[in-house]
Every structure is written in C-alpha cells, then in structure tokens.
Design a protein around this ligand. Structure first.
Ligand SMILES: Nc1nc2c(ncn2[C@@H]2O[C@H](COP(=O)(O)OP(=O)(O)OP(=O)(O)O)[C@@H](O)[C@H]2O)c(=O)[nH]1
Ligand SMILES: [Mg+2]
Length: 194
C-alpha cells in the first residue's frame, strides 16, 4: 500500500526484489546505487554475511519524477534468497507496492526459480495478497553466462499471469534500469487507478 504524505506531498512506494539465492538481487541494487545521482539517492543499507549473502535485506531509497506535484520515492528492498531465511522474506513483503522477481537463467537453477516463485506466492497469501493483483515484473538475469535455460519453457511455468519480462545482466548493468522503469511504470499506473 503506498504511503502518501499529503502535508509534505511525498509518495513512498515499496518495491521488493525477490528470487532464489544468488540470482543477483543485491547486484541490481548496487548497480542502481552506483549509477544514481547523489541528490536522488539515500544510503544503500546492506545487511550481509561475511560471504556477502544477504542476511536480512538491502535497502535503497531513490527519488524519481514527480507525480501530480508529489515527490515520489521508491524504496527498493531485496530479500535474502537462502531457503532458511523465510521469516525475513515474509516480513519484507509487508505493504509491498511492486515486485521484481529476479530469475537466475543458469540451467541448474531451473527448479530454484520455480520454488522461489511458489514461496513468494505463499508468503503473499499469508498477508491476504494475490500476486496477480500486485504490480510485478520478471527479470531474467545472468544472460551473459553460457548454458542458459530455454526461456520460453521457463516463462511458461514461472509467469502464468504474463507479467512484463526483462532480460538482464546485472553484473554489468544491462537491463537493470529497464527493469526498474518497468516496475515503476506498473506501480504508478496502479496508483493512478489505471
Ligand atoms: N555472470 C553474472 N554474474 C552475476 C550477475 N548478477 C549477479 N551475479 C553474481 O552472482 C553472485 C550473487 O549475486 P547477489 O546479487 O549477491 O545475489 P543475491 O540474489 O542478492 O543473493 P542472496 O542475497 O544470497 O539471496 C555475485 O557473485 C554476483 O556478482 C550477472 O548478470 N551475470
Ligand atoms: Mg542479496
């Protein structure tokens, strides 16, 4: 649910990057942080283990263009992908406005993508949300690697609601801002009741 402050004319929107372990969620946020003007961004807060796995979440606030005279802030979060951190994943989904599902296109990660999507659907259901009603995009990440999944086949299983799809290589930044713009567009459209 968007948090709208009428007094200060600010709209706060929460966007969560979700997906299996090591799919590249944190890498997306790091790239966005690196390429965003400092006037438009806050600090990138990363709570990580020594091995750089996300422990609780990453958080990055950025400002985007005004909507109807309201300053608009996107609050970008990632969840920890490791299976045993489900309590954190669920907590981070609370009051979510938009989801970027980051899929890892490496062949051996086929099932991990589907399991993570099932987990997302289950966690949303615990808040009474249905994924089909939440603005969502899917990012097929690590497109630079060899041995990638047949995306037609994966998309047929992973994306029954035909959410917009973006190909990316977050490590080099390809597709990262296209994905962010894609989700921002959907979230704003919903906000404007369109
Ligand atoms: N080749 C390649 N490597 C990538 C890409 N995106 C991320 N990686 C690498 O994949 C590894 C994991 O990336 P992270 O961004 O930490 O993954 P994560 O999804 O945040 O992982 P968890 O926090 O454990 O869930 C890192 O070594 C990244 O450099 C990509 O597009 N191509
Ligand atoms: Mg991470």
């Amino acid at each position: 649910m968007p948090l709208i402050n009428y007094a200060s004319r600010i709209i706060n929107l929460k966007i969560v990057y979700y997906g299996p372990g090591l799919c590249g969620k944190t890498t997306n946020l790091q790239y966005i942080y690196d390429k965003t003007n400092k006037e438009r961004k806050g600090s990138l807060v990363s709570l990580a283990t020594e091995a750089d796995r996300t422990l609780f979440f990453d958080f990055l606030p950025i400002e985007v263009a005004k909507i109807n005279g309201f300053e608009t802030k996107l609050h970008l979060y990632t969840v920890p992908g490791q299976v045993f951190y489900n309590a954190s994943r669920k907590l981070i989904l609370k009051e979510v406005d938009g989801i970027v599902f980051v899929s890892d296109v490496q062949e051996p990660r086929y099932d991990a993508n589907l399991e993570s999507m099932d987990n997302l659907v289950d966690n949303l259901a615990e808040y009474g949300y249905n994924i089909k009603d939440i603005p969502t995009v899917i990012q097929y990440n690590k497109m630079d690697l060899p041995n990638i999944i047949d995306l037609k086949e994966l998309n047929a299983e992973l994306n029954p609601y035909h959410f917009p799809v973006f190909k990316a290589s977050a490590a080099s930044g390809d597709g990262v801002f296209e994905t962010l713009k894609g989700i921002a567009k959907l979230v704003v459209k919903k906000l404007q009741g369109r």
